[in-house]
Design a protein around this ligand. Structure first.
Ligand code: SF4
Ligand code: SF4
Length: 95
């Protein structure tokens, strides 16, 4: 699918661990990227400093859903499911 204009869900919901210009430690889940403009486009889209994780991300229906709101929900769930601390909590055996 083509990336939906005016969305920016993937620049807000997930955490990013690689450095972003202006966010040297990456960003926390739910925090809008500092490079996300008010129209939800990326200020550094064609800049080589744009994180590889961003350029590698491909819009897919199962992640992007039908709307920005749906994408935020899906990405929040994925973040929750793949968060390292949650994984260790989920897989920890009761003592
Ligand atoms: S969540 Fe999908 S549709 Fe929305 S900005 Fe990201 S890639 Fe584009
Ligand atoms: S650098 Fe651009 S594409 Fe990557 S999260 Fe920030 S706004 Fe989105």
């Amino acid at each position: 699918m083509l990336c939906r204009s005016g969305c920016g869900a993937c620049c807000t919901a997930p955490s990013i661990t690689s450095p972003i210009p202006g966010m040297p430690n990456g960003k926390a889940a739910g925090t809008p990227c500092i490079q996300l403009l008010s129209d939800y486009s990326c200020a550094i889209f064609n800049d080589p400093a744009r994180p590889k994780v961003c350029s590698d991300f491909t819009p897919e229906k199962y992640v992007c859903g039908e709307s920005r709101e749906e994408a935020i929900t899906i990405l929040n769930n994925l973040e929750d499911f793949t968060c390292t601390s949650n994984i260790s909590a989920k897989t920890r055996k009761p003592s």
